[in-house]
Each structure stands twice: as C-alpha cells, then as structure tokens.
Design a protein around this ligand. Structure first.
Ligand code: ADP
Ligand code: MG
Length: 140
C-alpha cells in the first residue's frame, strides 16, 4: 500500500439534497483527506468528455444530462490505498447491491443518480484529477 490520490465527485442528486457535508464526513471518517475541492456546474462538453469511456453504453446520454442537471462538487482525496478505499466507502454502482453503511446504500436514489463518482484505478485517477485540477489547487 502507498499514499495515493483519487478523484471524487459529489453528484447533482446529492448536492440537490444538501448532502455534501454528510458525504464528506463519510470520506474523512474512513481516513481519506480532502486535499482539493470545488463546486461547479459541468458544461455539456465537460460531462461528455469525462464519461467518454461510456459513450457506446445505452445510458450515456442520460448520464450526461444527469451530470449537468445541477452543481457537482469535485474533489481530490488522499490517503493509503485511496483509490480502492474510496470505492469501498462508495459502495457498488447500483445502490440495490451496495453494502450496508456505504454512501450509495445510504444516499443514492438510483443506479444513475448514485450520489458519488470515484476513480476506478490509479491510472484513471491521475487523468481525472488533471481533468479538473491544476497542481497548485491540490494542497496536501
Ligand atoms: P461507477 O460509477 O461505479 O464506476 P460505471 O463507471 O460503470 O460505475 O458507470 C458510471 C456511471 O454511469 C454510474 O456511476 C452511474 O451514474 C451511471 N450508470 C452506470 N450503469 C448504469 C445503468 N445501467 N443505468 C443508468 N446509469 C448507469
Ligand atoms: Mg466508473
């Protein structure tokens, strides 16, 4: 294990319900440090590019619309094994399959409106962090 960084997004379903603080507490209680954070409204271009890997999936267009439907909070999380740890704290993509005590189990509305994004590998984390943050915005 090593200290890693990962990209997290608090999605529009969660900002709409004023859950930013509750979700941040879950992340911090798990040992992740929020070393960068900003609230923004994704443009169509940003949402399309961020989820480009899913372009051929049937849910892509709806996902892009959903991610533009309200503000998001993008953040860089740092900690031991941060990529895998954040995925564990988030829970499965479909809240119906998510373990007890995970963010998605407790807060997600649906498989689409599932409250949080987390990078799925160290390689993607590096790309996703760069997509939203400059180096000077990340303060460890
Ligand atoms: P994860 O966010 O757990 O890494 P994926 O990368 O597979 O999941 O999917 C990206 C996002 O697309 C999900 O978080 C969810 O918002 C949406 N999504 C995934 N699968 C579906 C689906 N079957 N129907 C609707 N939306 C979906
Ligand atoms: Mg994913």
């Amino acid at each position: 294990m090593a200290v890693e960084q990962t990209l997290s997004i608090i999605k529009p379903d969660a900002t709409r319900r004023n859950l930013t603080g509750k979700i941040n507490a879950r992340l911090e209680d798990a040992g992740l440090r929020i070393v960068a954070q900003k609230r923004l409204h994704l443009t169509r271009g940003q949402a399309e590019q961020f989820y480009e890997v899913h372009k051929e999936r049937p849910f892509y267009n709806d996902l892009v619309e959903f991610m533009m439907s309200g503000p998001v909070v993008v953040q860089v999380l740092e900690g031991e094994d941060a990529v895998a740890l954040n995925r564990k704290v988030m829970g499965e993509t479909n809240p119906a399959n998510a373990a007890e005590g995970t963010i998605r189990k407790d807060f997600a509305e649906s498989i689409e409106a599932n409250s949080v994004h987390g990078s799925d590998s160290a390689e993607n984390a590096a790309k996703e962090i760069q997509f939203f943050f400059s180096r000077t915005e990340i303060v460890g």
